[in-house]
Design a protein around this ligand. Sequence first.
Ligand SMILES: [Zn+2]
Length: 376
Amino acid sequence: MSDLTLELAKQLIALPSITPQDAGCQELIGARLRRLNFSIERFDYQGVSNLWARYGSEGPLLVFAGHTDVVPAGPEQAWTFPPFEPTEHAGFLWGRGAADMKGSLAAMLTAVEAFLTVPEPKQGSIAFLITSAEEGPGELGTPIVLEQLAARNETISWCIIGEPTSQHVVGDMIKVGRRGSLTGKLSIIGKQGHVAYPHLADNPIHLACPALYELSKIVWDKGNAHFQPTSLQMVNIAAGTGASNVIPGELTLQFNLRYSPMLTAEKIQQTIHHLLDRHGLTYRMEWHHSGMPFYCPPADLVQACQQAIAAVVGIRPELSTSGGTSDGRFIAATGCQLLELGLCNDTIHQIDEKIKISDLTSLHQIYLAILKRLLC
Ligand SMILES: [Zn+2]
């Protein structure tokens, strides 16, 4: 089986699917699934390719989710081997997308192939939710498929996303949640004037300083057993006309919060508006809420995953909620159990992205062991 996984990973890497292009990856995956009697649907949308493939009609439904798109390769001459010519060298498979996440897609697909060809009694259904937009315009990908599923009451019981979550060896870390992400764009309004006549102006930098200092000092929460503390980081600040004799009329600030499920976006917004109002500021605020936090409690999905990893690689995975947002934020919102488990992430988005070939074999076996635990 491992050779089949390696071959498929190489076929996928050879297709230069720079986000949001799919470059034929879903065609290839769909053809393999059709042979297993999956029903295939495409929900392509505004240049993004989205695939939903399902085997069986009964519950519970286990979904493998992932993306075929990759980030750009960067300067090709900097690569040891051309990024879209998958190369086996020194025990590694090299190529853009090897870890993030064409290797995982290959391992999922060959695991399902192996699972369905074994003549054992099985329960439930299996599906694949694949998009070409995860690295780019994410909202045109996974949410488009989820809308279709919601419209026909098709509910997901468990979801495994193949994002590269491992650190040193496959299975040493899985993600059982992610923090939420909220961005604020604040404009503090003053009055422009000559620096020599400050009584005729209102300096928005001076107005902002005490409030922004206070904002930077807020302790939002202390985190909990599963989540790091919520953090607000200011990422940009600007004011000034470029002249040394002009008091600017406006200051703009951008900040982002990564927040735990102990808070809500509404609560954070209220706190910040209250602080700005207390400082008597005149301001405009724009909010962008790009991801709700989620957490998957250690029920049957996490347990099946822990047992599978222990059986295949003999380690106990760390259950983490660290890192940036993922498409898990959309899928977890449907109420299913969801976790992320994939290859090592130490070279993702880098020049010379690569994975250990032995990790690819292990991941195939881990996914297969999860299928057996949940659906047999
Ligand atoms: Zn990814």
